[in-house]
Structures are given as structure tokens and as C-alpha cells.
Ligand binder design. Structure first.
Ligand code: SF4
Length: 192
């Protein structure tokens, strides 16, 4: 896997774009720490910080990385992937809110169990980056879907790259409210 060369400062200095925020640092290790801190402070899924930073730096400046021939840019912060997930989440929430059907919810205990599974799942990705008015709209809609519910772990969840839903809201919905998408990880709570 490609990794930034620690002794070579990338163009613009050590930095990372997380959604619509630019995080600057004096060194690579500082950058990892600051991105982790930024995500925790903003209730965002911490995810794979080093992987995201490597994908960002090596995707933009491959000459500043080791093992660049194997670079695969998978960061959710690639604009197309992030904005597509945000769009899909809006459509998902809108369909539920406009269906006119009553929504069945699970208990907070079960929602918390599901949230813990999502937290450690690689398909859970932050969708809150880019267009700020789109994010505000999606936040409002997804909060309506979950009717303001939250558990200890749910507030830091992002969206699901497979189900294309907002995990923070989806964990509260009864199984009957979900249609399983192909390609779910084996240990996804939707398979239990
Ligand atoms: S695949 Fe399942 S466990 Fe993983 S993020 Fe999506 S809903 Fe959560």
C-alpha cells in the first residue's frame, strides 16, 4: 500500500482535506493526530485516518510516496464518491418520509448493538463534506427519519457504502424497513 514519504513534505505542506475542512500540520504524525481530533470533535466516524491521508496525498502527489504503483484512491473524500453518497442518503430519507407509511422502530438496545457493528465496519463512511446546504438538508431529513433518536454509539456513524443509507438513522428502523443490497459484509447486522 502506498504511504507518504515522511521526509518529503508534500506540496502545500502536510495537510488533508476532510469534507469542507482543510487540516494543516507540521509533520505527518501531527497530521494523523489532528485529523483524528477533528473527526472526534465533529462527531464524525474516525475510520481509517492513516489510510485516508495516504490515499489523499499519494493520489495527488504520487512522487511523494513509497509503493505508489499500488495506489488505489479509496478515500471517501474523493468528491464524486462523497457527493454521490450524500445524494443517495437524501433520496433514501426522502423515500421514507414521503411514503406515508408508519415506520417501525427497534429498541434503543438493539439500535446500540447495530451501531457498534457499523462503527467497526469498513463500509461506514462519513458523508458530511462538500456542499454545506446539502449537508444541512440531509441532516434534517435523516434526523426526521430517526425522530431524533440516538444511542451512545450512533451519533458518530456515517453512511453505508453498500446500503446507501444513513447508518445513524438506519439502525433504528425495523428489519422490514430495509431492503438488503448485494455485497453486504458477512458480519453486517442486516445479515443477523
Ligand atoms: S454494511 Fe452493515 S454494518 Fe457495515 S456500515 Fe453498512 S449497515 Fe453498517
Amino acid at each position: 500500500m502506498a504511504k507518504p514519504i515522511i521526509g518529503m513534505i508534500p506540496p502545500g505542506g502536510w495537510h488533508y482535506i476532510d469534507g469542507d475542512a482543510r487540516i494543516n500540520a507540521d509533520s505527518y504524525s501531527d497530521l494523523v493526530r489532528l485529523v483524528e481530533h477533528y473527526r472526534a470533535e465533529n462527531s464524525l466516524p474516525v475510520g481509517d485516518v492513516e489510510g485516508d491521508i495516504s490515499a489523499y496525498i499519494c493520489g495527488n502527489w504520487p512522487n511523494f510516496c513509497h509503493g505508489v504503483e499500488s495506489v488505489t484512491v479509496t478515500s471517501v473524500n474523493a468528491p464524486t464518491q462523497l457527493s454521490q453518497l450524500l445524494d443517495d442518503i437524501q433520496v433514501w430519507a426522502k423515500n421514507i418520509l414521503q411514503s406515508g407509511k408508519p415506520v417501525n422502530y427497534v429498541t434503543d438496545e438493539l439500535a446500540e448493538q447495530r451501531a457498534r457493528v457499523c462503527r467497526s465496519c469498513p463500509k461506514n463512511k462519513n458523508w458530511q463534506g462538500g456542499c454545506s446546504s446539502c449537508i444541512a438538508t440531509a441532516r434534517r431529513m435523516t434526523a426526521s427519519v430517526r425522530q431524533g433518536r440516538d444511542t451512545v454509539s450512533s451519533a458518530v456513524l456515517g453512511g453505508c457504502l453498500v446500503q446507501r443509507h444513513d447508518n445513524r438513522a438506519a439502525i433504528f428502523l425495523d428489519r422490514d424497513e430495509h431492503v438488503k443490497a448485494p455485497g453486504l459484509p458477512y458480519d453486517c447486522w442486516l445479515n443477523i
